[in-house]
Design a protein around this ligand. Structure first.
Ligand code: AMP
Ligand code: GLY
Length: 421
């Protein structure tokens, strides 16, 4: 099977690795220095349809897998299916609202009885400010309606911050049209969990696994939010009973809601949850794998990953024989450039990768790297995802950090407390 992966980060390297491991011939558009080990990198960008067309016509994939949400929201899935009649692992544009519009996603949850924080939606600044004036419990959570690269949520501790945020979002257009409309919602207490579910166009589904991610830059969950500085799978805190509640109260009603309301799906649905004393609440849906959660989920799968994705992209019959290895733990530590997430330099030579190539229980997924001649150099804020595997969480953590010690580049920074409990 030939599979084309679209994207260039650590998630896409993990996807390409899983596909290559199951015997697929892999192409990546555009990929990075790490994905070169799993297949062929094609230059170009998904933003340019002519370059996508060129790659598809040259490579002739049997399946296309989309990594990030932006091309899904922009309609690339529908275009590929219609133009080339190739199966795509990702939902159509019609259902992209689950991630691309917080307002529509919250309204979907409300209509379908899916537990989520109570909320209001506002389309004009005046009414939003008036509501904040009388907000009953603080903090208030303010969410830009549209895609804002993970930066569209502000937890405002008081009226002054809330007012300023609303002005930035709605009047100053901080995220352009994406922040013209907002959701105001109740702050929930608990701990967060990410759950990943494969769904096909017949609404058959399979829970792939769960993960915990570390969004803050610094040890002890301090510092600014980032795209993710580490992740663990399985989630270390979820109990059997909580997993069952998530299935009964969140996953099933979501899939039934999609079916009832005629929203087609095929691909993976990512549930971002807050686990509270009153059970699980949905914070957000994402219509794709998490990054860096994919990097700890995919290595735990046993079976033919390419067939699995193909099956969910095409709704072909037959039980999937792919299962998550419940006895395998995975921990990833993100190696970032000094100054990330604000400002950082690139082009720093990375050393130590060769020695880790065939190390058991260690996988290196590249996030922001490129090749300069024979040398691998940094090319982004998040540079490498070092994954440790083990039969216990602490063993997986040890393997990850032992590998981190062997890698060097100028300005390399990382958290030292991933999976430390
Ligand atoms: P979202 O993009 O909706 O997942 O929000 C980003 C982050 O904001 C989440 O991962 C949570 O840490 C936090 N968050 C969002 N909504 C709430 C809420 N209602 N209560 C508490 N924290 C929240
Ligand atoms: N890890 C968070 C995300 O992928 O959105």
């Amino acid at each position: 099977m030939k599979v084309l992966v679209i994207g260039s980060g650590g998630r896409e390297h993990a996807l390409a690795w899983g596909l290559h491991r199951s015997g697929a011939t892999v192409g990546i558009l555009p990929g990075n220095a790490g994905t070169l080990r799993e297949g062929v990198n094609f230059s170009g960008s998904w933003k340019d349809r002519a370059s996508v067309q060129q790659v598809i016509e040259a490579f002739r994939p049997d399946l296309v897998v989309l990594g990030p949400e932006a091309p899904i929201a922009e309609g690339l899935v529908d275009w590929i299916r219609q133009t080339f009649r190739i199966p795509v692992f990702a939902p159509p544009q019609k259902t992209a609202f689950l991630e691309a519009s917080k307002i529509q996603a919250k309204e979907f949850m409300a209509r379908n009885g899916i537990p989520t924080a109570s909320f209001e939606t506002h389309t004009d600044l005046h009414s939003a400010l008036k509501s904040v004036e009388q907000w009953p419990t603080w903090p208030v959570v303010i969410k830009a309606d549209g895609l804002a690269g993970g930066k569209g949520v502000v937890i405002a501790p008081d009226k002054t911050t809330a007012t300023q945020t609303l002005i930035d979002f709605m009047e100053k257009g901080k995220f352009g049209p994406a922040s013209q409309r907002v959701v105001l919602e109740t702050y929930l207490e608990g701990y967060e969990a990410s759950v990943f579910v494969l769904i096909d166009s017949e609404y058959r589904y399979q829970v792939l696994g769960d993960a915990m991610d570390y969004k803050r830059l610094l040890d002890g969950d301090r510092g600014p939010n980032t795209g993710g500085m580490g992740a663990i799978s399985p989630h270390p805190k979820l109990s059997h009973a909580e997993r069952q509640q998530i299935l009964d109260r969140v996953i099933r009603p979501t899939i039934e809601g999609l079916k009832k309301e005629w929203f087609p799906y095929s691909g993976v649905l990512y549930f971002g949850l807050m686990i509270t004393d009153h059970g699980p609440y949905v914070l957000e849906y994402n219509i794709r794998f998490g990054d860096p959660e994919a990097q700890v989920l995919i290595p735990r799968l046993k079976g033919d990953f390419a067939r699995l994705l193909y099956r969910y992209a095409t709704a072909s019959n037959g039980e999937s024989e792919v299962q998550t290895d419940e006895h395998l733990h995975a921990v990833t530590v993100i190696l970032a450039s000094q100054g990330y997430p604000v400002q950082y330099e690139t082009g720093k030579v990375i050393e130590g990768l060769e020695d880790l190539r065939d190390q058991p229980n260690v996988l290196i997924f590249h996030a922001g790297t490129s090749l300069q001649g024979q040398k691998v150099v940094t090319a982004g804020g998040r540079v490498l995802n070092v994954v440790g595997l083990g039969t216990t969480l602490s063993e997986a953590r040890t393997h990850a950090y032992q590998a981190v010690q062997k890698i060097r580049f100028e300005g390399m920074t990382y958290r030292t407390d991933i999976a430390a409990f």
